[in-house]
Write a protein that binds this ligand. Structure first.
Ligand SMILES: [Zn+2]
Ligand SMILES: [Zn+2]
Length: 278
């Protein structure tokens, strides 16, 4: 086992849309982004919501003008998971090497998915002309390594698709499973096995059960109640409720947490700035 653990930091925890509202800032209003610094000159990033903009500023403050490799892993391409990319400062530094990984959506390559979106008239600069060196690697279902982190993937149940990432490093295991709707028995059984005995599961807990039951079935998201059921079934060590609903205030999130802890005590709420050991 490695002597040192890395910190996987939450840069954005809010689902669907950024929420810069005073009663939602204790947990944070930026959309989805997590990152770990693997080495002085190398970062691993999960999704690129508005949190990615703040990560980019932090990387620039330390690494501007120095060769730096950034691995960007995308669960899928809904706006709340990609909208920070055009404002990611390392794109505009010729010393950056940015490796983009994700599943190619239907009818588009991974490269075209991003290059068609980030160009005029939707954004004043073209991604294809970025000073950074960009590489695209399509995920094919096989595990891959980024330094000493082994990354495995699992397709989830979500409109237009989404994949979960499992990060294994030095005996520690973190699962990032967001934008997933529970209820498909085959997918749920696969996810339970995928999460087996993980140290942390970061899970889509967008809805409370009553919201889900009233009109949100089929929208591709899950509940804290499905999260605790999955946590028990997969014998998790810690559950992290994530992809917070934009209408849920900090106080409401803490009520959800209290309920979830009655079912699975080792539960926390994802909060901007917090880190998980990897
Ligand atoms: Zn989302
Ligand atoms: Zn989505």
């Amino acid at each position: 086992m490695s002597e040192t653990s890395l910190g996987l930091r939450f840069w954005g925890v809010r689902g669907t849309v950024a929420t810069p509202a005073a009663d939602r800032l204790r947990y944070g209003g930026n959309t989805i982004c997590l990152a770990a610094r693997l080495a002085e000159d190398e970062y691993l990033v999960l999704d690129g919501g508005t949190g990615l903009r703040h990560l980019g500023a932090a990387i620039r403050a330390e690494r501007a003008g120095k060769p730096t490799t950034i691995h960007l892993l995308f669960s899928h391409y809904h706006f709340d998971h990609i909208e920070g990319l055009p404002l990611f400062m390392p794109l505009y530094d010729g010393h950056s090497r940015i490796v983009v990984r994700g599943c190619a959506p239907r009818r588009l390559s991974l490269r075209d998915t991003f290059e068609q979106l980030i160009q005029p008239p939707w954004f004043p600069a073209s991604l294809a002309g970025s000073p950074a060196s960009l590489e695209y690697q399509e995920i094919d279902g096989n595990p891959f390594k980024i330094r000493d982190v082994t990354v495995s993937t699992l397709p989830l149940n979500h409109p237009d698709g989404s994949v979960a990432f499992r990060l294994d490093r030095a005996g520690r295991r973190i699962i990032f499973a967001t934008d997933h709707e529970h209820g498909d028995p085959v997918v749920d059984a696969g996810l339970t096995a995928f999460c087996e005995e993980a140290d942390h599961l970061i899970y889509d807990a967008t809805y409370i059960p009553s919201e889900y039951e009233s009109l949100r079935r089929g929208w591709g998201h899950s509940t804290w109640y499905a999260a605790v059921a999955l946590a028990r079934a997969s014998r998790l060590k810690n559950l992290v409720l994530f992809h917070h609903h934009p209408e849920h205030t900090d106080d409401e999130l803490e009520k959800i947490l209290a309920l979830a802890r009655t079912e699975f005590p080792q539960t926390t709420l994802a909060r901007e700035g917090d880190e998980l050991p990897l």
